[in-house]
Design a protein around this ligand. Sequence first.
Ligand code: C2O
Length: 347
Amino acid sequence: HRQFVPLSPNLTTCHLSYSRQVLPVYCCPPKPESEEPFIDFEFPDPETHRVRIRRPVHKLDRAFISKYQKALAKMKSLPLNDPRNFMRQANIHCIFCTGAYNQMHSNSPLNIHRSWLFFPFHRMMIYFHERILASFMDDGDDFALPYWNWDNPEGMLLPKMYMNGSFFDTERDQSHVYPSVADINFGGVESGLSDKDQIETNLRFMYHQMISGAKRTELFMGCAYRSGENGSCNGPGTIELAPHNALHTWVGSNLNPQRENMGTFYAAARDPVFYAHHSNIDRLWEVWRDLNEHKLDIHDPEWLDSHFFFHDEKLRLVRIRIRDVLNISKLGYAYEPIDHAWVNARP
Ligand code: C2O
């Protein structure tokens, strides 16, 4: 009979790690987080915070874009010893995707991809990122990360916004930048399809990943990853595998060994489009839960009590559990509703 052990990182263990088993990377914070006191996550007060609406990137106006751009520039200009610094934000992802922290109750590394930790971890990561960005704005109360709406024909290209200013990243595949239509199931080989056929193919693929191929919890959420040496599992959910991984690969530069930045997890969050990509992933998690009337939601207490640590906009280290992030209205945000052409794209 095994003990009840929720997963969490052991903050004293940050170490050199490997990207795809071959490339050594070091993404630990300059000062160990274990030396800092932490607080438990608290929901934003609904009395003082209005619900922030995450909108599709292709519908943003200039005023929003310039406000976001200034905050991002500020984030990039902070010193590295400030956890709100953009590179430090990117390194959170590096730490958890390369297993730079060991688990709390074992010497096994903790990884957040290819299992049921995928959706909740990324929800937390971009939540704190969003709050930090908002804190750099004069009127940031309403600020919410936009989402890259790649499952919608109008959003199926790298949004133009990412070609400019602090949103730009040099490390991208130049044949995939605006306005080329994305292959949301890209595996490294060009599909050769016309734009119109690519869009149709993408919609049918979405139907499979969200509906026909995602009829059981594990198929969508990924496998049950448990604490300890034998607990790890390797079974990404439909959406994690593609479009998620596929678009990472599609955006990253074909001239770099691991298609950095977006094409490999240690570097992915250095590209600002990462956050809009994950905002859409996060949104699709909600869409899937709603499509299934929440009947496929996970209630396993080990999953619910698994937790991570992030710095908030006030530089406090916050411990947050998966059970804290299952109701986005309590987190103070919502997604602007949008039609899903793929719902009817049954093959
Ligand atoms: Cu942790 Cu889009 O990856």
